[in-house]
Write a protein that binds this ligand. Sequence first.
Ligand code: BG6
Length: 476
Amino acid sequence: MVFREDFLWGGATAANQCEGGFDKDGRGLANVDLAPSGPERFDIISGEKKMLNFEESYYYPAKLGINMFEHYKEDIALLAEMGFKVYRLSIAWSRIFPNGDELEPNEAGLQFYENIFLECRKHDIEPLVTITHFDCPIHLVKEYGAWRNRKLISFYERLCRVIFNRYKGLVTRWITFNEINMILHAPFMGAGLYLGEDDDKETVMYQAAHHELVASALATKIAHEIDPNNQIGCMLAAGVNYAYSANPEDVWRAKEVDRESYFFIDVQSRGEYPSYALKKMEQKGINLDIEEGDLGLLKEHTVDFIALSYYNSTVQSTDPEILETLSGNLFPSIPNPYLETSEWGWQIDPLGFRITLNDLYDRYQKPLFVVENGLGASDTPNETGYVEDDYRISYLSKHIKAMRDAVTLDGVDIIGYTTWGCIDLVSASTGEMKKRYGFIYVDLDNEGKGSMKRTKKKSFDWYKKVIATNGENLDC
Ligand code: BG6
């Protein structure tokens, strides 16, 4: 036996990238709805350009997603056909609290997710729920400045109480914030932060991060109180940072970049602000507003498991002569001559996955849950509509092999693996439909045109076999 008997094989999606139905059943708008596709998307998701209302000349892909709002039964049946043990999905906060600050939730939104969870259970699929996958009701952005405002903690707490009570028994595994470190790389997408000219950007980002960290600890506390069976995870956009050379300056730089991300999980898993972060903030003059009780909460309510996404490694250097950079999952990197890149320039590094898993397990000694991994590629269906995605099978099989090595050769404890975008969905970084990750092809283009028909790709049958053999048979 390579993977544990109860290993959770499955796939992952996020509400804003697949659900659509943005104005159905009283749902409110969120930051993620207001990220158009096209060249300005990056400036908007990074909080440099302000867009808080729909504007006519733009296309907003989250409005439609892949219309899972109406197709979820068909989609979950297809996931079940692959033998999924787990389906990771997120709830849209603004479907449950349309403005975010109401006292009472929107029943239609609650019912919608209850129906989805029941549908999963009907197929023996366990739902793994991300409470916030980048989304924040736009009213909270406009009225309160999103996570820069401490009031967000109590709004988030209310959301958590409602969903933990309502879905008790139906859902027992939760992730508090998707890729919590993304706040530093795409602050508007990650936390609804628009950074104005007068803002001290780092102070705003770290203060907002503090609020999210406290909210996460509070959610952990409440989840355990409401149902002792609840398991709560933090979630890191992970990926080892290599030094460009053996020059100690480069090695130190790589370590610093590692710590920018570890910082969040150090707090969520070890329960304390790490000393290196406190010193860094002191040196930069960042004075966080930390209220009485915050540090106790962080200390006492640490997470049960560490969830992570892994797509690529990066390379770091201090050499000013090196000008070329790539980006993988919004993390800048110097090109690595030993690695191939995807069509979108993300460096493909299966051994880096094993290194990342080891690093995280060494550091936290808690079970890991790989909740995102995959290859974004443009697929071309043949004349019958079939996609022969051998490139995706090759990427996934190499990464699963690396994960297998981490388990069998290194003793890393891994609970499960959910590939990203198990059904094609909208890309978070580019807003394109063309960048596909799925085992299931969705007939839809970048402008939202297409029949929405779902078709199994070659990788569908391959992954079905991987799951059926508990990861023993990875043959392409
Ligand atoms: C992660 C996110 O950053 O990477 C997902 O959690 C995202 O939401 C995924 O979709 C892949 O990135 P992209 O930009 O290719 O969609």
